[in-house]
Design a binder for this molecule. Structure first.
Ligand code: IPE
Ligand code: IPE
Ligand code: MG
Length: 238
């Protein structure tokens, strides 16, 4: 296998452990989220330098709305501020930002910040940086089913014509390759409603490192482990 084939084309990350990182330091959970945002800024840089073409991060799940009001507000503030502050730099670095998830529930301010960063960075070709915000796989798949059912209702599609491609193309990730590698930090070993359709043949990597501590060494280690994985896709090795 050639060297470049061992780089994941699409890396997805479940950035977990911000709360515990803060707790361990006697800080508020929101301070963990601030530190988590710094870790994200670093990892975007590592990923682009490494030659990854798609980086998707799980930043806010549909279930996260159920957290205490102060934490949700702190997260919304951080998302808005982070998106506004980073837009210029990302644009200059050729990084295209795409947001996946249901944005209807966000405030006008957050929606505006998301729209701005997407349009500002739309021409970027170095890497696509996908932010999953108010995202969950089940809601994504439910929305896709409604879209497909609507086409059938309007006579634009026959039920018998539905294949895997029809479904893939009705998801938020329609134009993207499936993730090759999914990293979850903080020692939790679950997907928590993240990219469940797209993860069918993803390699999974669980790191004990809490997200704010995820540094270049932790990133490099994940890349090394991935490079040694043998992806068979149900076939027999030659
Ligand atoms: C991940 O860190 C960030 C979000 C889910 C928004 P957590 O906030 O889940 O941190 P822990 O799991 O409580 O440590
Ligand atoms: C998953 O982390 C969501 C994000 C990282 C945004 P959670 O901390 O919300 O997931 P659970 O509750 O441990 O499954
Ligand atoms: Mg968590």
């Amino acid at each position: 296998m050639s060297a470049e084939k061992k780089i994941p084309q699409h890396l997805a990350i479940i950035m977990d452990g911000n709360g515990r990182w803060a707790q361990q330091r006697g800080k508020e959970r929101s301070e963990g989220h601030i530190a988590g945002m710094e870790a994200l800024r670093r990892v975007v840089r590592y990923a682009a330098e490494y030659g990854i073409k798609y980086l998707t991060v799980y930043a806010f799940s549909t279930e996260n709305w159920g957290r205490p009001r102060e934490e949700v507000e702190a997260l919304m503030g951080l998302i808005c501020k982070g998106v506004e502050m980073e837009a210029q730099q990302l644009c200059e670095n050729g990084i295209r930002v795409v947001v996946i998830g249901d944005r209807e529930r966000f405030s006008a301010e957050v929606k505006q910040a998301i729209d701005n960063i997407e349009s500002m960075t739309a021409a970027g070709t170095t890497m696509t940086f996908v932010l999953a915000l108010n995202y969950s796989s089940r809601s994504e798949i439910t929305t896709a089913v409604k879209t497909i059912a609507g086409k059938i209702e309007r006579g634009e599609l026959q039920a018998s014509e539905i294949d895997e491609k029809t479904i893939s193309q009705a998801l938020y990730t329609a134009s993207m390759p499936d993730p090759d590698l999914i990293i979850r930090t903080s020692g939790e070993c679950r997907l928590s409603n993240f990219l469940m359709w797209q993860a069918s043949y993803a390699e999974l990597y669980f790191s004990d490192v809490l997200w704010p501590d995820f540094d270049r060494d932790a990133f490099n280690e994940a890349m090394q482990v991935y490079a040694q994985r043998d992806r068979r896709y149900g076939l027999v090795k030659k």
